[in-house]
Write a protein that binds this ligand. Sequence first.
Ligand SMILES: C[S@@+](CC[C@H](N)C(=O)[O-])C[C@H]1O[C@@H](n2cnc3c(N)ncnc32)[C@H](O)[C@@H]1O
Length: 321
Amino acid sequence: MPASPDVPAEAWSGVHRGPLREGEWVRLIDQKGRKHNFELVAGKRFFSNKGHLDHDEMIGRDEGFTVTSSAGGQYLVFRPLLSEFVVSMPRGAAVVYPKDAAQIVALADIYPGARVVEAGAGSGALTCSLLRAVGPWGTVTSFELREEFAEVAKRNVDQFFNAPAGSSHPSWDLRLGDLKEGLPEIEGQVDRVILDMLDPWNCIEVVADKLVPGGIVCAYVATTTQLSRVVETLRAHGGFTEPHPWESLVRDWHVEGLAVRPDHKMIGHTAFLVTARRMAPGERPPRKTRRPAPGAYGPDYTGPRPADLPSPEPVDTEPGQ
Ligand SMILES: C[S@@+](CC[C@H](N)C(=O)[O-])C[C@H]1O[C@@H](n2cnc3c(N)ncnc32)[C@H](O)[C@@H]1O
């Protein structure tokens, strides 16, 4: 079979084809399923509880082979996939898990050439998926408040995309600072804004000012209280479509002969997602014909109120009433 040519460098995919080379990262999986990621360096050895392996045994071979260590351990060798890289790379802040990154790319509709803004960059996990999706024709501007996290993100993203020393993915602009202050300074409008931070509701006003009509804001939040607040803030703003909140649950299956059943273990919770689309300037979404559930915005509710909802009657709190 003729050798496949490498993926064009101008695609910035972070992927190589062909034989493994020095300087590339590999992922070894042992017979118990444990993973080991390291960079191939000529003359170096990988040590484990099953003896050692010479990197030179792997350099020059096509990925997808089994090597045997000096003490008889067997290891599967592949290049790491993006979904594998982000869960094993060094972390500053918690990362967006691959199942959620996939949802964000699909449902926030990140496309080649899109102008995307995200905050915070954290460890750079979501950044890798966003850059992959926009490609060299788009832009990803990542805001990060904390310098130490920005440095981790830069190292991870540069490593994933095999950026030559001193450079980064050409579509990436990593900015240190608060999205609320930095977003208005970006030239022109943007197509998508992804918010992965504690208080996305505080960014909705600046996001609304920057998004193109039809643009999408997507927030990734860990708790129900955050979810409620960001959804209600979007509604209260009035210039977005009805927010769509959801979560995704992925359940692996055990399939072995007649034993076919869900896996006993699964990741129960990562975070909730919510998307909404920006209306054109001055436009409002249609009024809902269905009324909110009784009590939904009653006297006990203290959060932001939908733009078209009358204020509740004041409650008499005199003692004895
Ligand atoms: C959970 S982490 C983001 C993880 C990242 N999405 C990833 O996949 O690796 C949240 C990050 O948001 C940053 N952050 C919080 N508020 C911010 C703001 N207003 N502007 C920019 N960054 C912010 C925090 O410093 C933190 O690093």
